[in-house]
Design a protein. Structure first.
Length: 283
């Protein structure tokens, strides 16, 4: 049994639960308990605050954890990055009042900066040769300049709407962050085997993102031309139809070039084009 620490609420919690559901790992989250076990996969989930997850994994309280890269870097705990999950993306940025005349990082010399990430901020300031006063806040960092607690902030930015609503502007991006799957360095062989199966499922879900499964009927004499415009994962599957001179073509197309490819297929004589979402792609 693997124990995996997960954030107890917020966007990262929602994205993690969605990933487990896509990987067909059934978990009961109707009652917000500290620990819940999957009914069909050998894992149990430990719900924690995001800033407690790195330590819980490093100490062995949990075998794995799903945590924001920002928290992992800030806590500096001894755990391994196993997989970059690609969701819950954000950035850690410096922001100042929107009316400030900002002329570069040297602006922060002698200024007071409010943040929940003093470690990452101090590392950045040291690299820039900046001497600033770091004021640690655990709550709503963005309000600090408005109430006179600081001259600037260093905080998580996603859309930037929170900054705008507090009359702030983003001036420096210090690091980009995404959800990480981290692990204790001393997993037993049995737990490593479960981890391999978990990774297999995660990779299958990630491989299917933004892809469509396309089936079409095409004149057999146009199949070669059609296959040349298909940027599928692998060579398309081609099967003869009962109607002489026609074939069925099956392939996978990336969402980003989907409509462009569909237009080319129609121009080459493809008919009866059927598009299906891919729930999972077994690699």
């Amino acid at each position: 049994m693997l124990r995996i620490a997960v954030q107890s609420k917020g966007r990262l919690f929602e994205d993690t639960m969605a990933l487990f559901a896509e990987a067909d790992i059934k978990l009961s989250t109707s009652k917000r308990t500290l620990l819940t076990q999957s009914s069909n996969f050998p894992i149990e989930v430990l719900f924690l605050r995001d800033d407690d997850i790195p330590q819980s994994v490093a100490s062995g309280v949990a075998d794995l954890g799903i945590v924001g890269e920002n928290e992992f870097v800030e806590r500096k705990e001894k755990a391994d990055i196993i997989y970059r999950l690609g969701f819950s993306k954000c950035r850690l940025s410096l922001a100042v009042h929107k009316e400030e005349e900002y002329n570069g990082p040297s602006w922060f010399n002698g200024k007071k900066i409010a943040t929940s990430y003093p470690g990452i901020l101090q590392t950045y300031l040291d690299k820039q040769g900046i001497n600033a006063d770091i004021h640690v806040i655990t709550g709503s960092v963005e309000i600090a300049p408005g109430i006179g607690l600081s001259d600037a902030i260093f905080d998580i930015v996603s859309s930037g709407s929170t900054l705008i609503s507090n009359n702030l502007k983003e001036v420096e991006i210090v690091m980009k962050s995404e959800a990480l799957l981290i692990g204790n360095p001393n997993l037993t062989p049995e737990k490593k085997e479960i981890l391999e199966e978990l990774l297999f499922r995660i990779e299958a879900v990630k491989a299917a993102e933004d892809k469509k499964y396309v089936l079409m009927n095409a004149p057999t004499d146009k199949v070669k031309d059609i296959t040349e415009v298909l940027p599928g994962v692998k060579s398309p599957t081609i099967m003869p139809l009962a109607t002489e001179g026609w074939s069925s073509v099956h392939t996978v197309i990336d969402q980003k070039c989907f409509w462009e490819i569909i237009g080319k297929l129609k121009a080459l004589g493809a008919q009866g084009i059927l598009v299906l979402p891919i729930e999972k792609m077994i690699l």
